[in-house]
Design a protein around this ligand. Structure first.
Ligand code: SF4
Length: 353
């Protein structure tokens, strides 16, 4: 396959992504963990700020939970931040701060799986390896019309063909190849839309030749659709005293672990299993509401302002503390900041429906 056109296109369009400048294995590790569940646009907005706070392995390995939580804010799926710190600790402690240079040793480090190991070798070290994420999986399935559903079987087949020298044998840079295939999957070769006329690989793409590129990877059988989103209605309670509000800290096994939230209750949920917050039936009338979302939950947040005496009558089990709303490092959750922001602006009260 003639890959030069692909690599030139990628280099011209995307070489300015922050993690493609000032390369180091540490920067590759951080960017790959961030990009695993967060869009390029969001990571682009947060990457340099995180690197300014934790510029190298030792600084990340020695970070406190609170410092890490603040620096990760906005990237979502916080457990990745913990995993990243554990990887940094292991390399710092067990490998003298030097990344192992082979796949087996990398994968012995807790938190580094097959994808991250391949990304460190292929992108970080520029050695032969394919970091098969969802974009590479889809692009390669289409280029070679691989007859598998997306998932482990398809990924195994891609790795088998690569290791057997059947695909992507090249003298070009494997770093550039991996990144160009990711760029292609993110732009022209998307899951529900293939802009083949613009694609630098169209001449050699078997799916394009077929006339129906969206046929690859194969669809999952009927009945295995994506999980249903749940509706969740939360009550956020704001209790103020001078310039402080009452908050509690989210536990390590909860959403937004380590962040501070105002006391929060579940008013209703289509997921009966959800146990992130206590449930409450109340006649109290919230003042206004706003919408957020997390994982599979669409959340309506209704906000209620109470004085301390009224709050104490509610059955809120977690230990609460007063925390200044002025503190820049307060690490309040996004929903808490939204509630405070709307309150401060005294927006017209939205009726609760
Ligand atoms: S030609 Fe179309 S299907 Fe093939 S890789 Fe390019 S965008 Fe994807």
């Amino acid at each position: 396959m003639k890959l030069t056109a692909l690599l030139t296109w990628s280099e011209n369009q995307y070489s300015d992504l922050p993690w493609r400048r000032n390369r180091s294995l540490y920067r590759t590790l951080v960017s790959e963990i961030m990009l695993q569940q967060t869009t390029v646009t969001t990571v682009r907005n947060h990457f340099e700020r995180f690197l300014a706070r934790f510029p190298d392995l030792p600084s990340l390995a020695q970070a406190s939970e609170e410092e890490l939580t603040v620096a990760w804010k906005g990237l979502g799926y916080y457990r990745r931040a913990r995993s990243l710190k554990k990887i940094a600790e292991a390399i710092y402690r067990d490998h003298g701060g030097v990344f192992p240079d082979n796949r087996a040793a990398l994968m012995e480090i807790p938190g580094i799986g097959p994808y991250t190991a391949s990304a460190l070798i292929g992108i970080g070290m520029d050695l032969p390896a394919l970091a098969v994420d969802a974009n590479l999986e889809r692009v390669i399935a289409r280029l070679y019309r691989l007859p598998f559903e997306k998932g482990p079987k398809l990924q195994t087949e891609i790795q088998r063909r690569f290791e057997a020298g059947q695909i992507f044998v090249t003298d070009l840079s494997y770093r550039a190849l991996n990144e160009a295939l990711m760029d292609l999957g993110r732009t022209f070769c998307q899951a529900r839309k293939a802009s083949c006329e613009l694609c630098p690989l169209k001449v050699e793409c078997q799916a394009f030749e077929s006339g129906d590129p969206l046929n690859w990877p194969k669809s999952k059988p009927a009945g295995s659709a994506a999980p249903v989103a749940h509706e969740l209605h939360l009550l956020r309670v704001i209790v103020q005293k001078n310039d402080s509000i009452l908050v509690y800290r989210k536990g390590s096994d909860e959403w937004l672990a380590g962040q501070y939230e105002v006391p929060t209750f579940i008013l209703s949920s289509t997921d009966p299993q959800l146990s992130q917050y206590p449930r409450l039936t109340t006649d109290l009338s919230p003042g206004f509401s706003f919408n957020t979302g997390i994982t599979k939950y669409k959340i309506k947040n209704s906000v209620l302002v109470l004085d301390e005496g009224e709050f104490k009558k509610l059955p809120f089990p977690a230990a609460s503390e007063w925390r200044s709303v002025q503190a820049e490092d307060s690490n309040f959750s996004t929903a808490t900041l939204k509630a405070l922001g709307k309150l401060a602006k005294s927006e017209p009260l939205l009726p609760m429906d």
